[in-house]
Design a protein around this ligand. Sequence first.
Ligand SMILES: NC(=O)c1ccc[n+]([C@@H]2O[C@H](COP(=O)([O-])OP(=O)(O)OC[C@H]3O[C@@H](n4cnc5c(N)ncnc54)[C@H](OP(=O)(O)O)[C@@H]3O)[C@@H](O)[C@H]2O)c1
Length: 234
Amino acid sequence: MPETSNYKTKRRVIISGSTSGLGKEIALGLAKRGWTVAGFGQTKNKVKALAAELGEKHHIFQANVSCDDSIASAAKQIIEQFGPPHLLINNAAIMNSPAPLWEVSAKEFDEMSAVNINGVANMIRHFVPSMIRNGNGIIVNLSSGWGRSTSPNVAPYCATKWAIEGMSSALAQELPNGMACIALNPGIINTEMLRKCWAEGASAYQNPKEWAKMAIPLIERINTGDNGKQMTVT
Ligand SMILES: NC(=O)c1ccc[n+]([C@@H]2O[C@H](COP(=O)([O-])OP(=O)(O)OC[C@H]3O[C@@H](n4cnc5c(N)ncnc54)[C@H](OP(=O)(O)O)[C@@H]3O)[C@@H](O)[C@H]2O)c1
């Protein structure tokens, strides 16, 4: 990772799942507004494409959020070279193939929990101590309408997003002054995830670029007074 002119920038963000959908638009939007972005996804060609689009002031890499060792070593490298993040956005998640709960295999359920729940805990474990030492930081955990309500055929996803709401609320009670953690329901947006869930029906919803016009100002406004809140992009 090269040292660059904004190496000591005041505003640094780390985003999981920044190679597609909402995470990608957050990365592009915050970079445009002067943030230094570190972010990752799993798919090599998407990582390369976003790295090229953002340029060398930012750091886009390949990692699996559900692998604690992978996140530990990425966090060490990012914190050493960029400094602790001011904003940690836990966005990476997956959706189950719609089916009644009893038809969901143990493998699919385990993978979903590992990415959607453990992945968020892994990020918090390896980035938050540096934010605490730095005396500030905002943590945004992407939740869902299905983290506050339920529907048939998405029980595994609902279970993980209700977990995110609980984890966010408890973490908010643990953080020292100067920090905040919130759970963010982004609304309904036409991304790969929504298409997996609703197929053609997804096209009735806004695209991620339109969504980012509302979401990014909201994310930038989150402050310590919001600690513990359930927020929604509307
Ligand atoms: N879209 C909606 O309507 C909606 C509604 C409510 C909540 N949400 C939440 O919003 C967030 C973003 O969703 P989205 O719709 O933008 O999803 P998406 O288009 O499917 O993008 C998901 C991102 O997460 C990454 N990812 C998945 N598994 C990963 C792993 N194991 N390690 C690292 N990165 C991983 C993907 O990277 P690769 O492609 O490289 O795997 C991709 O960059 C999620 O938390 C989702 O639950 C979305």
